[in-house]
Design a protein around this ligand. Structure first.
Ligand code: NAP
Length: 266
């Protein structure tokens, strides 16, 4: 089998470093370059990310794609630049696998149209942990029976977007099977702004940011005299990498944009 040539955007970041190790340790993956805002022209070895790699860092994504001719871009950067990278990849016919969160519905629609018109596969997943995908599926299932639902997502304090992509995705899945509902007392008032969290179709979403955390989420379902809690914890960033690996293999076989790991694990 020919190797899948991969460029990683954000290779010095917490997720990016794990992705570098994933690519390095997977026989049929080949790391051909990195996109970064630092270290232009240096090799992975010179930057100290991978001691024996001569693949280069690029600040200019167009130059990177032209010189390295990759099959796949893995993007693990920030919401602002991640969108630009994904669009550039699709324009170049490079298949994006995007873990970067914070994409709006409008972004997804635009990128989806671009992927479809180019016939280029793309996968964007706000959570690559298989356990988190199951949590979302179970939450959707439970929402058929419980209509009062609050989502509490907890992340490290370096996270830039709130609520998390996983919380938004969970709320979307729940609202696809649950009629819109205003929760809590109809006359409730916040005496501190934000006390009741954000509202997605009436589902309350609360974001906790604390040092020491990685990525965690609880979905609480309240019913008469009972409560169901569905919880998932990622204790380290390696928890996301089996999903990234699956996405890289899958993106080579599709010709449109797929949003969410749950759509490729069935
Ligand atoms: P991080 O440690 O802050 O890493 C982000 C990296 O992106 C850094 O190396 C940063 O470089 C680089 N970067 C920032 N702006 C850039 C630009 N303009 N051009 C090129 N590179 C740029 O963040 P992280 O914790 O690894 O998370 C990365 C993303 O993955 C976030 O969006 C996060 O929400 C998401 N995430 C997704 C999953 C999932 O399963 N899908 C799981 C966890 C996290 P500097 O050091 O110079 O700033």
């Amino acid at each position: 089998m020919d190797k899948i040539k991969i460029v990683i955007a954000g290779p010095r970041g917490r997720m990016g470093k794990e992705a570098v190790m994933l690519v390095e340790n997977t026989d049929h993956f080949e790391l051909v370059g990195a996109i970064d805002r630092k270290n232009n022209g240096k090799t992975f070895a010179e930057v100290g990310v991978l001691p024996n790699s001569t693949a280069k860092f690029y600040e200019d994504i167009d130059q990177c794609f032209k010189e390295t001719n990759p099959h796949v871009l893995i993007d693990l950067t920030t919401p602002e630049i991640g969108k630009v990278h994904t669009e550039k990849a699709l324009v170049h016919g490079v298949r994006p696998v995007v873990g970067t969160t914070g994409f709006s519905q409008e972004d997804l629609e635009r990128l989806s149209a671009l992927a479809e018109s180019n016939g280029t596969g793309a996968i964007i997943a706000p959570n690559f942990a298989v356990g988190a995908v199951l949590m979302m599926k179970f939450a959707k299932m439970a929402a058929n029976y419980f209509k009062d639902i609050e989502i509490i997502e907890l992340h490290h304090d370096g996270k830039l977007d709130a609520p998390s992509g996983t919380a938004v995705k969970t709320a979307e899945l729940i609202s696809s099977v649950r009629e819109s509902k205003v929760q809590g007392h109809p006359d409730e008032k916040e005496t501190l702004d934000g006390a009741r969290g954000a509202s997605y179709d009436g589902i309350r979403v609360h974001s906790v940011r604390l040092p020491g955390l990685i990525a965690h989420q609880e979905v609480l379902f309240g019913g008469e005299g009972q409560m169901l809690t569905i919880r998932h914890d990622s204790f380290n960033r390696a928890s996301f990498m089996s999903g990234v690996k699956l996405a890289v293999d899958t993106v080579m076989k599709i010709d449109q944009l797929v949003y969410g790991l749950e759509n490729i694990i069935e």
